[in-house]
Design a protein around this ligand. Sequence first.
Ligand code: ZN
Length: 204
Amino acid sequence: MDKQEVAEWIFDYSIEPLIRKHGPKGYSDPASYKPWLRDEFTFRCIYCLIREVWRSDGQDSFSVVHLKSRDGSPELTGVYQNLGYACLACYSRKQNLPLPFDPCAEPLGRHITMKPNGELEAATENGKRLIELCRLNRKRLVEFRQRMISLVQVLEMSDDVKAAESLRTLTDLPSDLPNLSVLRPPGGNDNSDGIKQSYFAKKD
Ligand SMILES: [Zn+2]
């Protein structure tokens, strides 16, 4: 990790479409896809980029979300390609409201950027709608971004070994990585090779 770059990308939204690694099928309860989605979305909220390792309760502070509305697209209910991973704060605000676009096909980095003061700025009308829908500029979230960026910048400036270690833990993966190879989706897996690319497999 190039520690000099952390403050620049810690809240960076991707500009590349998400090409899914995994393709599990057949679970009747969308929550059963959670281990796959944790890995797919790199253990952070698709909307606000909060990471599991920043939450004392880790994955318990996150939920499976439908990307397209269940009301508007009932055929997509429980379909893996329509599921995302979000923190409970974003989840509770978005609930089942329709997103103005698919955040995987149209990555959020094309719609929103973060200003140096921690606020998000909409680059498009869809970005504006998403910021409003998930309240991504809510006061406490903006203050949290400011604190995290300040902390990272202080750690980056330090030559102390402990500072480097602290910086690493801020961007680390959670300790409870899911072992996807032992899971057996009832409907099979359209992309079982993706398991080799999971963080658990790569760690080994
Ligand atoms: Zn969130």
